[in-house]
Design a protein around this ligand. Structure first.
Ligand SMILES: NC(=O)c1ccc[n+]([C@@H]2O[C@H](COP(=O)([O-])OP(=O)(O)OC[C@H]3O[C@@H](n4cnc5c(N)ncnc54)[C@H](OP(=O)(O)O)[C@@H]3O)[C@@H](O)[C@H]2O)c1
Length: 302
């Protein structure tokens, strides 16, 4: 039995769909069953209500489970609020899950992390991601960590956020000057990677896999391609990171869902890239390029 956490999320929904297509009936830990039943093929999965932050809900969710795929995280595009923190969801939630998995006799866990995860200042988003990896690596579970660059696909949080910004703002800020590079990877390709890892417990045991798509794009090129796809033209303004930080702080104070958060700005402190052939070399298939995807879907793919 496979348990998926974060099944209602962007990666989780695609993963559940593919597992169901290949005849599996995964168990999904969800925070609200009636909402999840609208997002997932409810009759083909097992829905269990709970949360990684509520340790007492995990024992029934993990009963009889062999492998956990852990994708329940508070992502960088969400601002923190009371009871909803990077530390609480990502670190304590993962710790609860790992402890409950060990107690339930689970053998392995595949964790969805992010490219460039490294130690940072206490309480920060990046430190939470780092500790969420560490807690699994230091456990007695067989572990696999997947670190993708930014994902694309319909409704992908990073690109949807930028598209919304372009649609609504008269001037688009080129955060950090626009020269930092990203390596967008298609959500279905990330799912293919997860399924390959799932099918190869020995080869993936206690290893971290860093993955990205087949092309690099600077942030300025991303904004340009999004404008072409949306068929809108906006002025762009290079914006140093510290100014973007002030803007994000102000927006987090007044908006329930700010277009940019301080946590998301962490992604603009390093090149979000790995080798261009990372997927082909490690998994033997050629991932889809973002440019080809957009050429096929147009703005409907955002
Ligand atoms: N999307 C990307 O571009 C990208 C790139 C690199 C790495 N990643 C990593 O991949 C992972 C998944 O990302 P995603 O894009 O799928 O995120 P997402 O769409 O925001 O989904 C997050 C999921 O986690 C669930 N969740 C949050 N807190 C929870 C809790 N306490 N207990 C149980 N479930 C909880 C959410 O449930 P609700 O539906 O109830 O809110 C949702 O199902 C994250 O670690 C992210 O950093 C994503």
């Amino acid at each position: 039995m496979i348990l998926i956490t974060g099944a209602t999320g962007f990666i989780g929904r695609h993963l559940v769909q593919r597992l169901v297509e290949r005849g599996e009936r995964p168990r999904c830990l969800v925070r609200n069953i009636s909402r999840a039943a609208k997002l997932l093929p409810a009759e083909k999965v097992e829905l269990v209500e709970g949360a990684t932050t509520l340790a007492f809900t995990l024992e029934p969710a993990l009963r009889g489970v062999d492998t956990v795929i852990h994708a329940a995280f508070m992502t960088a595009d969400r601002k923190q609020s009371a009871g909803n923190t990077y530390e609480g969801t990502n670190v304590i939630g993962t710790t609860n899950l790992v402890n409950a998995a060990l107690a339930a006799g689970v053998r392995r866990m595949i964790e969805l992390s992010g490219l460039g995860t490294k130690p940072d200042r206490p309480g920060s988003y990046m430190q939470g991601r780092y500790l969420a990896e560490e807690v699994l690596k230091k456990s007695a579970l067989a572990w696999t960590i997947v670190q993708p660059s930014v994902l694309f696909g319909k409704g992908a949080p990073f690109f949807k956020g930028l598209a919304d910004l372009i649609r609504s703002a008269p001037v688009v800020p080129l955060i950090g000057g626009g020269s930092l590079r990203f390596q967008p990877i298609y959500v279905e390709d990330v799912v293919t990677v997860i399924l390959r890892l799932l099918d190869d417990p020995e080869g993936s045991r206690n290893r971290t896999f860093v993955i990205g798509g087949p092309e690099y794009y600077t942030f300025a090129q991303i904004i340009d391609l999004l404008m072409q796809t949306l068929q809108v033209r906006r002025a762009t303004l290079p914006m140093p990171l510290f100014l973007a930080h002030i803007g994000a702080t102000a927006m987090e104070l007044v908006l329930p869902k700010p277009p940019i958060t301080r946590a998301a700005l962490t992604l603009f402190t390093f090149d979000n890239v790995t080798a261009l052939d990372a997927v082909e070399r490690q998994f033997g298939f050629q991932p889809l390029s973002w440019r080809s995807y957009l050429a096929q879907t147009g703005k409907d793919g955002l």
